[in-house]
Design a protein. Structure first.
Length: 281
């Protein structure tokens, strides 16, 4: 019912290891059932006749030091319905393992390599997995969320779930990546019921990058006295009592310094009317 990629890579401009899952299916709210990940531990996708308990079990085994292969073997040994299950798992070091039970509905199968596990069932054919693998390998160096989305989009374009499209999800974790640095969730997006869920997921990721992703050093513009005056003037012209009040109202806290000593280059463009929150300039 589903195709997914579970992966670990160094996260683009941040340079830190990240783990994540991207998944799409002709199934309502697939993001509720399939993906799980914890920074510094690993990631799991459970699907077909999904054993959702495998998410917690798999991550616990990885947290105890098991490799992806060992964790998978222990999970399979303890599940009488293993022939109906499909799962992908990546460990802390990028070791990967995938299982497709003999009773999974055709076409079903997967592929693994350094840092990734791809798997799917009820697919248009093996070309779905191959397209995902190619997209993953060709996107090396990009942020993990973008690599996962590229793989998912490639699988969708290659036929994806042969029953059609309904939902998609993207989960990425990285140490300190969450809102205000309070947790490890860099991306947690779900499209629960949509005619083009992968396209909608891409739109949401663009918004996530703007609102919920911290600026890189290259994106930060130092606020000089002249720029400070401009920011205050433009914020007041927009009906706000101060620049920082505008920041809080528009939810740009992740991309402006708390003391307003720097501003993200894109947020500056938005305030100046040169860019907008939808990504158009």
């Amino acid at each position: 019912m589903t195709f997914s990629i579970v992966a670990r890579s160094f996260d683009g401009p941040y340079g830190d290891p990240a783990w994540g899952v991207a998944v799409a299916s002709k199934f309502l709210a697939v993001g509720n059932a399939v993906p799980a990940a914890v920074a510094g531990v690993g990631a799991v996708a459970t699907q077909a006749d999904a054993n959702v308990a495998w998410k917690g079990v798999g991550l616990s085994l990885l947290d105890e030091g098991a490799t992806a292969e060992v964790a998978l073997q222990r999970m399979l040994e303890e599940d009488e319905k293993r022939d109906h299950r499909q799962v992908g798992i990546v460990d802390v070091d990028g070791g990967a393992a995938s299982h497709t039970g003999a009773a999974c509905l055709e076409w079903a199968g997967g592929a693994t390599g350094e840092g990734f596990a791809i798997q799917g069932n009820i697919l248009a054919g093996p070309q779905v997995v191959e397209a995902m693998r190619t997209a993953w390998e060709e996107s090396e160096g990009a942020p993990l969320a973008r690599r996962l989305l590229a793989a998912l989009a490639a699988g969708d374009a290659a036929g994806g779930d042969r029953r059609g499209r309904q939902s998609a999800a993207l989960l990425v974790v990285r140490e300190g990546a969450g809102y205000g640095g309070g947790d490890d969730v860099a991306v947690d997006l779900r499209v629960d019921d949509h005619t083009a869920p992968v396209d909608e997921l891409a739109r949401l990721l663009d918004l996530n990058d703007l609102y919920l992703t911290a600026s890189t050093e290259e994106e930060k513009v130092v606020v000089t006295p002249d720029l400070e005056a401009e920011l205050e003037e433009r914020a007041r012209a927009a009906g706000h009592p101060s620049f920082l009040a505008w920041v809080g109202t528009e939810n740009y806290e992740m991309r402006v310094a708390e003391d307003a000593s720097w501003i993200d280059v894109r947020v500056l463009g938005i305030l100046r009317g040169e860019d907008d929150a939808d990504g158009d300039s």
